[in-house]
Design a protein around this ligand. Structure first.
Ligand code: G3I
Length: 377
């Protein structure tokens, strides 16, 4: 893979941004993604984006990164931080706001990294997507292995939501309140999801209500993968959200993660599907886009593979831009250096828009061009 070529972008960034200081909490001068008047540099994704349209990325840290032979990306990789600040005006915590990370013991929260991300975002005039509050995955052992009464479990979830959402009140644009609650066949995850299993499906509405009480301005989302198309899973979301809205539950949005693979083709009805949710008065979003591919034996994608990848990125963006209320478009990491894909899918990779050294792929340029041309009136 192309790990040695130092990108012009990274060099420029290094020249522009002063060195990082020791702690994630100290403010390095990497907050000059915008000029003194607050305008982003034109030659970036955020600079090219139409007004009110947020272009985001996951902030690498926690999860699979903890088993990799490199230090924490967000706090340790200075060129990474420079690109993060320069190119994006929305950030999502990849792992740092998940239960196992932020609430490692019953009576102990670990806010350090989440605080640092929110602070970084504020300095860089970025909005933040919070991820996530009710999920079947990445829950701490004290929770999944503990013995609790139903009342105790309910108050554990309520306290967690009130504490975490409340801490960042006014600072989070969108929360993925409920993540991946349906199977691909459109069934609620009644065994895997501890909350639904133990407390019943009504807990989903409660989670939204508690999040709304804790931060009335944050937009509250359902978020899932394999919901890009009209299918059993997205149909299940549509039906559930209709029901919840009719009950007055504060649901604001529906988002398609969009972990795509060139193996499976492009979900050509993405726009049609998102419009079904938009017609309910919901916001929509693309929250975790990446496009993985089967790597050739030498690990280097062919030009044709990169072109196909660029096409998938571009069509996803084009679909979102065409939907009223789809104002948030996030990629799940921007550099292959830190992508989750090779860790999970053997033989697949190169899923992001930049190489390991932050050199830009055709997918990056495709996104920028489409953003620059977008007419959202
Ligand atoms: O929990 C085990 C632990 O018991 C074990 O000792 C350790 C050593 O291998 O692994 C731990 O699991 C890791 C997990 O994060 C929890 O820290 C996995 O190996 C690791 O691969 C995993 O990665 C994260 C993954 O979510 C977990 O589902 C990725 O960093 C993160 O990018 C990914 O993000 C998700 C979104 O949140 C939701 N949508 C899908 C997306 C991609 O999977």
């Amino acid at each position: 893979m192309r790990t040695t070529r130092l990108a012009t972008a990274a060099l420029t960034a290094l020249a522009l941004f002063t060195p990082l200081t020791a702690s994630a909490d100290e403010a390095p001068a990497d907050d000059i993604a915008a000029d003194s008047a607050g305008h982003a540099r034109k030659d970036t994704l955020r600079g090219a984006a139409p007004k009110g349209f947020h272009i985001g990325t996951a902030v690498a840290g926690g999860g699979h990164h903890e088993t990799m032979p490199y230090p924490d990306p967000f706090t340790s990789d200075q060129p990474y931080r420079a690109v993060l600040a320069a190119e994006f005006d929305s950030v999502s915590a990849e792992n740092q706001m998940k239960w196992e990370y932020i609430h490692p013991e019953r009576d102990k929260y670990n806010f350090g990294m989440a605080d640092a991300i929110v602070k970084f975002a504020q300095r860089n005039r970025q909005v933040v997507r919070g991820h996530t509050l009710l999920w079947h995955n990445q829950n701490p052992a004290w929770l999944t292995g503990g013995t609790f009464t139903k009342d105790e479990l309910r108050s554990i979830l309520r306290d967690h939501i009130k504490t975490v959402v409340g801490r960042y009140r006014g600072k989070i644009q969108q929360w993925d309140v409920a993540n991946e609650i349906f199977t691909d066949s459109g069934q609620l995850r009644t065994t895997e999801n501890i909350w639904i299993r133990e407390l019943g499906p009504g807990i989903i509405a409660d989670a939204f209500r508690w999040a709304h009480e804790a931060d009335p301005k944050a937009k509250l989302f359902f978020n899932d993968y394999n919901v890009e198309s009209v299918n059993a899973k997205s149909n299940a979301y549509l039906a559930l959200i209709k029901e919840l809205k009719a009950q007055g539950v504060p649901v604001d949005g529906f988002s398609a993660q969009s972990h795509l693979s060139t193996r499976y083709g492009f979900p050509g009805d993405l726009e049609t599907n998102l419009k079904r949710f938009s017609a309910l008065g919901l916001e929509t979003a693309i929250t975790e886009l990446d496009v993985r591919m089967d790597l050739p034996a030498d690990g280097v994608p062919t030009a044709a593979q990169l072109a196909q990848q660029a096409d998938y990125y571009n069509r996803t963006l084009t679909a979102c831009l065409a939907v009223k209320g789809c104002d948030s478009f996030t990629i799940w990491g921007f550099t292959d250096k830190y992508s989750w894909v090779p860790v999970f899918f053997q033989g697949e990779g190169a899923a992001t828009v930049m190489w390991d050294d932050f050199a830009k792929k055709p997918a990056y340029y495709a996104l920028k061009e489409t953003l620059a041309k977008a007419d959202r009136r």
